[in-house]
Design a protein around this ligand. Structure first.
Ligand SMILES: Nc1ncnc2c1ncn2[C@@H]1O[C@H](COP(=O)(O)OP(=O)(O)OP(=O)(O)O)[C@@H](O)[C@H]1O
Ligand SMILES: [Mg+2]
Length: 375
């Protein structure tokens, strides 16, 4: 039997827990051709949410285009990603029209696969190919009178593609009022902040911010219980510990639910034994990733993360020094802020340290002495 809890890939709109208000807001923004930026930690459901928003936009009659910038290295990469996204997203007569239009654009160079590249006749500005592809919504508006809904996912990655590329992108899309609405999504809060909130950066004040909070326990609980029930199982006594452990983290909640489901036979109720086995499976499942995240942190960052995960200490306390080797002074607060910019920590006024570890499984691993707790 197929496990109904998906935790690796973005989920389809019917599997989306909560996010109703966010979805309504995004749909309104897109129809009104307004821009939005979503900043949320990794695995918080950004891609699932923007895909649902695009589906809504398509139903509202817009041409919906999803572009993911993960791994781009050059302005040409950015151009190619955009071109492919249009080629994959447009439908019907617009799609046929695009097939011809793409052949009239100034060429990208060094494209692996895709369209054959004609030799350049005259030198062109380095970003000419990108500008042509960014202008596609205006061409679509001229052609069909229609508007576009466009998602730029992992948007912070454009910063890797060259100095000033954000200014190039803005120079075109600031002409898209009444032509296209954009959603910029990113998991690196610090870099997104730099792009959008820093006055020196070109995108200053360009897009309305949307923050994704943890999923509420009641909606999450309803979804897990109902999905178990639909498959002739009862989430039973395991539901409480599952919700407590996941703390609203969307991907961790689905990972735990997935393993709990796998431990629960048909027509049975999940008991505490099933929960223990599910938790152990979830630990094994996330082990490589947790180790890699920890290993990528410098010693001083590990120390700050350990104090935060501990949950009983203030950053500047004697205990933080004794137990985790953290030296006293202002530096640890700055380190915590920079860990938050990377998405590892989030502010938590209720916590002793003022912070919490975003990923509840990483927190457990750190708190248990950089190891998984024994049964
Ligand atoms: N609203 C939600 N309802 C149910 N599950 C969710 C929700 N949001 C996220 N998830 C879970 O989190 C997983 C990751 O979702 P998604 O890929 O959309 O997140 P992301 O923020 O785009 O992640 P990444 O940072 O890796 O790009 C999904 O497979 C699903 O298990
Ligand atoms: Mg994503």
């Amino acid at each position: 039997m197929v496990n109904p809890f998906e935790y690796a890939d973005p989920v389809a709109p019917p599997q989306l827990v909560d996010r109703h208000a966010e979805l309504d807001m995004l749909a309104d923004q897109l129809v009104g051709t307004h821009n939005t930026r979503i900043i949320a930690p990794r695995r918080y459901g950004k891609t699932s949410l923007v895909r649902a928003a695009l589906e809504q936009a398509r139903n509202d009659g817009l041409a919906a285009v999803y572009v993911n910038f993960l791994g781009v290295l050059t302005a040409d990469d950015v151009a190619v990603r955009i071109e492919r996204a249009y080629a994959e997203s447009l439908e019907g007569s617009l799609r046929r029209w695009l097939t011809g239009v793409l052949r009239t654009l100034r060429p990208t160079v060094g494209v692996g696969g895709g369209l054959p590249v004609t030799a350049q006749v005259s030198p062109q500005p380095r970003e000419a190919a990108l500008l042509d592809r960014l202008a596609l919504p205006r061409r679509i508006a001229e052609k069909s009178g229609g508007r576009c809904a466009i998602v730029f996912d992992e948007f912070q990655e454009i910063m890797r593609a060259g100095v000033g590329i954000d200014a190039t992108i803005r120079s075109e899309i600031e002409q898209h009022a009444n032509v296209a609405g954009y959603i910029f999504a990113g998991s690196h809060a610090g870099m997104m902040e730099e792009l959008f909130a820093d006055r020196r950066r070109a995108f200053y004040a360009q897009a309305r911010p949307l923050t994704l909070e943890p999923l509420p326990a009641d909606e999450l609980g309803d979804f897990v219980a109902a999905t178990f029930e639909a498959h002739h199982r009862d989430a039973g006594d395991a539901l409480g510990p599952l919700l407590d452990t996941a703390r609203g983290h969307p991907q961790r909640a689905m990972l735990l639910a997935h393993h709990l489901f796998a431990q629960t036979p048909a027509n049975a109720s999940a008991d505490t034994d099933a929960w223990s086995r599910a938790l152990a499976a979830a630990f094994r499942d996330s082990d490589g990733e947790v180790q890699a995240t920890w290993g990528a942190l410098s010693l001083s960052r590990q120390r700050v993360a350990a104090v935060v995960a501990d949950g009983t200490l203030q950053l500047n306390s004697a205990g933080a020094g004794q137990r985790y080797g953290l030296s006293r002074g202002g530096a640890s607060a700055a380190t915590a802020r920079s860990l938050a910019a990377e998405g590892l920590l989030a502010q938590d006024p209720g916590a002793r340290s003022g912070w919490r570890v975003v990923d509840p499984l990483i927190e457990i691993w750190i708190r248990s002495g950089r190891a998984w707790p024994a049964e």
